[in-house]
Design a protein. Sequence first.
Length: 454
Amino acid sequence: MGDLMSVDDDALRAALRVAFRAAVEQGLVGPDQPVAGLLDVAGIEATVADLRAAFDTPGVTVTHTLAVKAASLVPVLRLLTTHGVGAEVASPGELALARAAGVPADRIVLDSPAKTVDELREALALGIAVNADNPQELARIDALVAGSASTGSPLGLRINPQIGGGTIGAMSTATDHSKFGIALRDPGAEDWVLRAYLDRPWLTRLHVHTGSQGMPLELMAAGVRAVHDLAERINAAVGRPQVTTIDIGGGLPVNFDSDDVRPGFRHYADLLRSAVPGLFSGRYAIVTEFGRSLLAKRGAILARVEYVKSAGGRRIAVTHAGAQVATRTVFAPDAWPLRVLALDAYGRPKGGERVVQDVAGPCCFAGDLVARGRMLPGLEAGDHVALLDTGAYYFSNHFAYNSLLRPAIYGFARAGGAVRFGLVRAAQTREELLAESGAAYADGLTSLRPGSAA
């Protein structure tokens, strides 16, 4: 396991801003490459250190994993795994990324709600942990492990404690009608769960994830408490400590209104110690699956301003960062607001009078705006903007509107007064775009017309 870097928060905030200027100076962003993502390596490592310190408890085994959907980038997973952080995966693609990054099987958790038989078979062969989402999936696992004295995969059930949702419905996974997990408060559900564990000595885990952004911490803690109490009831019914691990999911929200980190991992862990003291008693190992909170504040999108115009008396800066990289912000700006930093042509913070302006993206629809009516120093063509707090999700979930090419992603580190960059993902080429868009099968439809050759 690598040594975690110790960097104070003020230095981390300054590092990202220094990187903007260095990226422009080194030509990573410019007329030919007008948008790129930046990730602060020291910042990521400092956040991992905060996470580990927050949950560190004598006598308690804690396995931290990254929700891969938050950063489906192999170099990010590789960096994290050198510090003992595993991977929570929800698809064959995410599993392939984790394996390519060298994440050990004993630090991988499979949580997809739609696992196929082949996916389950692969997971069991690899020995990775699997949380079954529903009774039909558990029946599939039964068939796969039938005849075996044991399986190398830790196995459990995902539980929906049905405790309610947060302010963003799409991010709330513990509602009455959630598609995830066993709905614990439904009639007969708890009895079924107890019987499932009584009949299967190899079920040793319980999993819960109450939701993500917009979820109050108290509600998240209530979900963990519900599953902890269920584990106690299962073990009492079985007459031995069969459930040995509680996977508490992730979902720690991120504030998008400042550089401050709130809530922090320590705040959440302390709340859990108060609300669910048995979780840290030593009777259970703990698994976490944080995503956004590990990476969001350690990354930014840097984009060139191509044009500045006026419409209806309002200034509009047309940039190269829009819905293709900030999809959630564009389509749900109230739920996913982003801070926009105005930079000059050299990547330095821009001064001057602040004026009301929109910051638009390159997509060909009117709503492609990352900021509406924002007070910013007056942007000009050739300037830059930085979209802050975008280190999670924004880089790895490209929205290919208008066939806009995926931008390059760079990690950076400061050494003395210099900034060094390392490529995380190369910018997509036109040739790669054509391959993805079926160019090799250009006659695939015309060949089906009557009279065409078979």
